[in-house]
Design a protein around this ligand. Structure first.
Ligand code: KG4
Ligand code: ZN
Length: 354
């Protein structure tokens, strides 16, 4: 597996993904993280810099696209300079420059993608455009010897998919959510309970001290590999109203067992459903390898349930927490391993997968 990539001006050629030493600098700016990383041969991270905008968006309770784009502009030069400094490399040492093309927020994507294209043009190196979702899957190659085939569960703020990854570049989406993504459901439920943004990680933390059997919540009946989470969200809304009424309270306190039990019951419901569907996919397709990908792959209970599959002989992989949520190391890994990239310097950003 290797592809020849050319720079635009002199058409200088490099072979990417051949196992020969390739050093890729990648930039990610699809949502609320401005990130730049340098990765050697798709697996060894030489620099990983992430500037998070959480503090800003916290004020509004969610990501405001226009503000995100402006913050990316402020951070982009700093993260690129920091990545060069961390890696100890100069631009001439880089084999190719990669950037996220989509899906994501258009104004946000433009900042990082144009920076990656500019670096490629100025230093006469190939440009590699990467799909953000493929990058989340490729995060699993970092620091491991993992190779396809495997089943990937991609769970992020915008997507929930079960993917049959047959090779580094060939994959088939075999199931997905018909409404909310898992991360979106976490964030919405967190808001219902009154938790501050971003709700997912905090809900996870509170759930650890709660009773997962305190409340029985519904599981939607959809296609065998598909998900539907909007009914669950409504069920949690009714549950919060009922609990408030029964206990004569107007809001939930963070440290209250009432709050923690709702969090734990929701988390149990989601993690159990994810595991069941993925286990079916593994067994029906005869796979023994499974990987988690996307921001919600950082979730403690989902990780625990999936890693428990190891005792039944499955190989389970999940990226380190810092490579689960948005980062650029995964973009560089994807640029190295996945031949399905957008290498045309004129490629335009896209907000949704067509
Ligand atoms: O992949 P990501 O960083 O951005 C997207 O591409 O969407 O995922 C962000 C999502 C958010 O919804 C966030 O609440 C969720 O991942 N998340 C978590 C946890 N850490 C991040 N959800 C549940 N438990 C966590 N520990
Ligand atoms: Zn993401």
């Amino acid at each position: 597996m290797s592809v020849i990539k050319k720079s635009l001006f002199s058409e200088k050629e490099v072979e990417v993904g051949s196992g020969a030493d390739n050093i890729i600098m990648a930039i990610e700016s699809s949502c609320d993280e401005t990130a730049c990383a340098v990765v050697k041969n798709g697996r060894e991270v030489l620099a990983n810099v992430v500037a998070s905008q959480i503090k800003t968006h916290k004020l509004y309770g969610g990501v405001i696209p226009e503000i995100a784009a402006r913050e990316h502009l402020q951070a982009i030069n700093v993260v690129v300079e920091e990545a060069f400094a961390q890696s100890g490399l100069r631009p001439e040492d880089i084999t190719a420059f990669a950037g996220t093309v989509g899906p994501g927020l258009v104004g946000a994507l433009l900042v990082g993608l144009n920076a990656a294209k500019t670096l490629a043009l100025v230093y006469d190196k190939p440009f590699i455009g990467v799909n953000h979702l493929n990058a989340h899957i490729a995060a699993n190659y970092i620091d491991t010897d993992l190779e396809p085939p495997f089943i990937a569960l991609l769970i992020s703020g915008g997507h929930t998919q079960i993917i049959d990854v047959r090779s580094y570049s060939e994959q088939e989406i075999i199931g997905e959510t018909i409404d909310d993504a898992v991360g979106e459901a976490y964030d919405k439920v967190a808001r219902l309970i009154g938790l501050p943004y971003p709700g997912g990680p905090l809900l996870d933390k509170l759930a650890r001290d709660g009773n997962p059997k305190a409340h029985i919540l519904p599981v939607a009946k959809v296609g065998k590999y598909d998900f539907s989470l909007s009914g669950l969200k409504t069920a949690v809304l009714r549950l919060t109203q009922k609990v408030k009424q029964e206990h004569g309270i107007d809001s939930f306190e963070l440290e209250s067992p009432l709050t923690k039990d709702i969090c734990a019951s929701f988390q149990e419901n989601v993690s159990k459903t994810l595991l069941k569907k993925v286990k079916n996919a593994l067994d029906e397709r005869g796979y023994k390898q499974v990987v988690l990908a996307g921001g919600v792959a950082a979730n403690s209970e989902i990780r625990a349930k999936f890693f428990a599959l190891e005792k039944d002989g499955y190989r389970v992989n999940a990226p380190l927490l810092k490579y689960c949520t948005d980062n650029a190391a995964m973009v560089a890994a994807c640029a190295y391993f996945n031949e399905n990239t957008f290498d045309d310097i004129n490629v335009e950003v896209f907000s949704r997968v067509k």
